[in-house]
Design a binder for this molecule. Structure first.
Ligand code: S3P
Length: 167
């Protein structure tokens, strides 16, 4: 495995990028970074920031956090909208990008947890946004892992097997 490149997880909100990322990082003995958490540490809750400053201001800062995080040989979880930025998509070329895809199994329950400013109308919003972004996830991905309702152990094992092929 090329352990010099960071491993970046992309995919729709609620698919498990943070949970999988933490576990993957500890399995591989790498640092874990989460661009949303870095943002929250500096700016507070994302939903509050969206209300006060708007999505564009969030996206701009999201670019800075990704640019910072990707300099580390770490496992990095991104927000579901990180791929919207052309600059982010270019930056992602420096990494091994793992796209966590899903057919939506268990997503209704998952997105009811947390406060996501773009998902105010539940699963219908989630599906619409995912459809809009799918091609972007596909475009940046080096590895795609179907997570549809799968246990985390299986997802981690599949990612590790794919990473081994990316020597
Ligand atoms: C967003 C997803 C969120 C967070 C922000 C915007 C999006 O991250 O970055 O609320 O545009 O889909 P998660 O994918 O971790 O929920």
């Amino acid at each position: 495995m090329d352990d010099l490149k960071p491993i970046v997880l992309v995919g729709p909100a609620g698919v498990g990028k943070t949970t999988v990322g933490k576990k993957l990082a500890s399995t591989l003995g790498l640092q874990f970074l989460d661009t949303d958490s870095l943002f929250v540490k500096d700016h507070g809750a994302i939903a509050d920031f969206f209300s006060a400053h708007g999505e564009a201001a969030f996206r701009k800062l999201e670019e800075d956090y990704l640019a910072y995080a990707i300099k580390n040989p770490a496992v990095i979880a991104t927000g579901g909208g990180a791929v919207l930025s052309e600059s982010n998509r270019k930056v992602l070329r420096q990494a091994t990008v793992v796209y966590l895809s899903t057919d939506g199994t268990h997503m209704q329950k998952r997105i009811s947890q947390g406060n996501r400013p773009l998902i105010k109308n539940g699963i219908a919003d989630w599906r619409r946004i995912y459809e809009q972004r799918k091609h972007l996830y596909e475009a940046v991905a080096n590895i795609t892992i179907d997570c549809s309702g799968h246990p985390i152990k299986q997802t981690i094992a599949e990612i590790r097997a794919e990473l081994e092929k990316h020597v």
